[in-house]
Write a protein that binds this ligand. Structure first.
Ligand code: F3S
Length: 471
């Protein structure tokens, strides 16, 4: 029996692709094992978002290759590179990783991984032959509810890829060139998958795509007007999907990740407010607030639009936690732009915030812009914005003390609230006795930077011990 080990890098979208590959390997009778050193085949599912992700991907490939040849079995081990880096750079990598890699597969070959492995074993590679590339053109694949898939997340939460690809023209981003044009699944397909996951005991469905708010809009005849109250009348929209998911019986959260500010509507705000299973949390990458920067980044939004939208979301969905990300050090960014951004961060008091230093990515329009800034400037701006957010995060955590929250217990002593997405946001430290994978009502007793400390609601403090985070 062929044994395969898979190293999954990058974001949750790539993780779903890994899950699909593992599902197909199982279906083909192959055994998937955690230890790369004991496998007949190692697949590295790569990320190519920014330079550091590419370096990490290459590092893993070289490491796997270096360990080959130590035993007979491993001498014959095949190394396959999949994912975003393979999709985007397989031509160049065929030369630069000539000796290390046996094959490259693209995003549309995740369901064909088993026959590809069989083919590699059937045809002996000639000495000095180049790696075989199975990458075929622009990506168009989208999974369905019955696509074989083996979940790699804990039993209690799952990622649900509702669409793939991206139609936005952001000048800094390479992902549309890698993942292709936006294509949505049908509402029926996503609902069928969600029903199955809830039946398996999943307590949190994390909806993902490149732009979750664009869900269904690719099937409309006219260009959508995000402010229109009748958006969904023109066809499927995220609002239709959320209402159907909310109607599935059971106790679970629906979490919206990767929403684009340009496609929010009053109808979406109303829908979230009216669907109690949709977590009071939104992930809405804004990238900047200065009009000059938003224009250069081609974010299809303006500072005034963003300020108004955040206000409407907070008024329309009481208790919502807003998570965003910004980019500092974009070409041409001035001190005045950063002052405006800091002022906005102070004003908006985001519940969760991440800041990226701009990375000049080959193949993007921003990479060709003049006025690229030095790493020193980017670093200084990153420190300025992050230290500001650290103060705000303390205020946000302080305000939570004394409140009762519903949390989902992740592992012994560690839980997450509605305001915390898996692997991205903070944690709630709770007594180790609380059952893993279950919801619990807890009272916040203190905080530690971005994390909260809590006891079961109604408990006496001396009855329980909280597993505090390491200092
Ligand atoms: Fe994700 Fe990295 Fe690809 S962030 S979409 S795995 S480039």
């Amino acid at each position: 029996m062929i044994t395969v080990s898979l190293i999954s890098l990058g974001c949750a979208k790539n993780l779903v692709d890994s899950e699909i590959m593992v599902g197909h390997l199982h279906q083909a009778g192959m055994r998937v094992i955690p230890e790369a050193e004991n496998a007949d085949v190692v697949i590295v599912n790569t990320c190519s978002f920014i330079d550091s992700s590419k370096e990490e991907s290459i590092g893993h490939i070289l490491e796997v290759h270096q360990h080959r040849g130590m035993t007979k079995r491993r001498k014959e081990q095949k190394l396959i590179v999949a994912g975003c880096m393979a999709q985007r750079f397989s031509k160049d990598l065929t030369t630069s990783l000539h000796d290390e890699v046996d094959a490259f597969i693209g995003l549309d070959q995740v369901t064909k991984v088993a026959p590809i492995i069989e083919e590699l074993f059937a045809k002996a590679r000639e000495k000095n032959a180049a790696p075989v590339s199975f990458v075929a053109g622009r990506s168009t694949y989208i999974p369905d509810y019955d696509t074989p898939r083996f979940r790699l997340t804990p039993k209690h939460f799952a990622y649900v890829k509702i669409a793939e690809g991206c139609n936005h023209p952001c000048t800094f981003c390479i992902i549309p060139q890698i993942r292709g044009r936006h294509r949505s699944r049908t509402v029926a397909s996503v609902v069928a998958e969600a029903r199955q996951l809830v039946a398996e005991g999943v307590k949190e469905l994390n909806l993902i795509s490149q732009d979750t708010t664009f869900f269904g809009m690719d099937t409309w005849d006219e260009r959508p007007n995000p402010r229109s109250p009748v958006n969904s009348a023109r066809g499927t929209a995220l609002t239709t999907l959320l209402r159907e998911l909310n109607a599935i019986p059971g106790d679970f959260w629906i979490r919206l990740l990767y929403t684009h500010p340009a496609h929010w509507s009053d109808e979406l705000i109303r829908t979230i407010a009216e669907c109690p299973k949709v977590a009071r949390y939104i992930d809405i990458p804004l990238q900047h607030i200065s009009d000059r920067m938003l224009e250069k980044m081609q974010r299809e939004t303006s500072g005034a639009y963003i300020r108004d939208l955040i206000g409407r979301i907070r008024t329309g969905i009481p208790g919502i936690a807003v998570r965003t990300t910004f980019i500092v050090g974009f070409p041409g960014e001035t001190d005045a732009d950063v002052d405006e951004l800091c002022e906005f961060i102070r004003e908006a008091k985001f519940d969760r915030l991440g800041v990226f230093r701009y990375s000049q990515e080959e193949g993007t329009r921003a990479a060709r812009m003049e006025e690229q800034l030095s790493s020193k400037t980017k670093e200084a701006r990153w420190h300025r914005t992050m230290s500001l957010q650290k103060e705000i995060a303390s205020q946000v955590s302080q305000a939570a003390v004394g409140r009762t929250l519903r949390v989902l217990v992740e592992e012994p002593g560690v839980a997450r609230g509605e305001a915390d997405a898996p692997d991205i946001d903070g944690r709630v430290y709770v007594p180790r006795e609380l059952a893993v994978g279950e919801f619990a009502d807890v009272k916040i007793t203190g905080f530690h930077d971005y994390d909260l400390l809590a006891l079961p609601a109604g408990a006496k403090p001396d009855e329980w011990k909280i597993a505090r985070p390491a200092q």
